[in-house]
Design a binder for this molecule. Structure first.
Ligand SMILES: [Fe+2]
Ligand SMILES: [Fe+2]
Length: 290
């Protein structure tokens, strides 16, 4: 527990994030960086960027509600303090992605209606399933749902977007890299803290396994909508990718079809769930494929 406490302490957080990789950033990127003119100048590319960013805001708002809600459900002081640092991380993520919507031209007055218009219903359902556990102060299910399922998903989605944007949109890629560093800490906490709790409460396993299966289904359905349900956007996205190379998990995203991208993302996230859940003594449940 001593190592656990120092690795996830407020002091460690201050040194590594605000005084470390976030130093001298402004809304998550070096000051002065802007969205590329090609995105701002093309209505379809701009709409696609708004649609994508709305999903990030929806996911991060869920993480903000979940991490703050879990503070009072946590059984020990070390976890409460870590979740307080996570709460601030999630508030920051919500803010930087909201700022990106404004940078893409969404007026302050139109923010909530834009989010309602573009939010993927399957992602909204994914969030509801998790927040129901948090509302019941179910710490074990809440941490597995948040720090393993939601953040495992976010981690891979952000990494994929970072590879895709590295050469065409450094501002967005920089915002993502700070967020990825935060998410890496959050998934680490989930695994380290929850393993011993599962051992102490084996009776929670079936419920946690059902939660993982249900959330995984809504995640896959969200991916399906993003890659399959929107052919015009996918086409524009291909154009935006142009001649670049975007290496991720041994494949070149720049030359892949949307279907192939969906498959590599889904497989990466599910493999990751299986590995992390195995380490905390939970049997991974294969979700229904939408
Ligand atoms: Fe986050
Ligand atoms: Fe997070």
């Amino acid at each position: 527990m001593a190592d656990f406490l120092s690795a996830y302490s407020v002091q460690q957080w201050l040194e590594s994030a605000p005084q470390g990789y976030l130093i001298d950033t402004e809304y998550g990127h070096p000051p002065g960086e802007k969205e590329p003119a090609v995105v701002l100048g093309d209505p379809l590319l701009r709409e696609q960027a708004i649609r994508t960013t709305v999903q990030l805001v929806v996911g991060e708002r869920c993480a903000l509600s979940a991490s703050s809600g879990l503070i009072n459900a946590a059984p020990d002081e070390g976890s409460k303090r870590f979740l307080a640092t996570q709460t601030l991380d999630e508030a920051r993520h919500t803010e930087v992605f909201t700022q990106r919507l404004h940078d893409l031209g969404v007026a302050k007055a139109d923010l909530e209606s834009t989010i309602r218009r573009y939010a993927n219903p399957n992602l909204v359902k994914f969030a509801e399933v998790l927040l129901e556990k948090v509302d019941k102060k179910d710490f074990v299910s809440g941490v597995v749902g948040q720090n393993i399922v939601l953040e495992g998903m976010a981690f891979s989605v952000f990494e994929m977007m970072q590879s895709l944007n590295g050469s065409i949109n450094p501002k967005f890629a920089h915002t993502l890299s700070g967020t990825i560093a935060d998410e890496r800490r959050h998934v680490g906490f989930g695994e380290n803290r929850i393993g011993s709790l599962i051992k102490d409460h084996p009776e929670k396993k079936p419920e946690v396994e059902r939660l993982q299966k249900e959330m995984s289904y809504y995640m896959l359905a969200t991916f399906a909508d993003a890659f399959r349900g929107n052919p015009a956007a996918a086409e524009m996205d291909q154009l935006g990718r142009g001649n670049m190379h975007a290496e991720w998990h041994g494949v070149d995203l720049a030359t892949m079809t949307p279907e192939a991208m969906e498959n590599v993302l889904a497989d990466t996230v599910l493999k990751d769930f299986k590995m992390r859940l195995g380490r905390i003594g939970i049997d991974y449940q294969t979700p229904v494929r939408p």
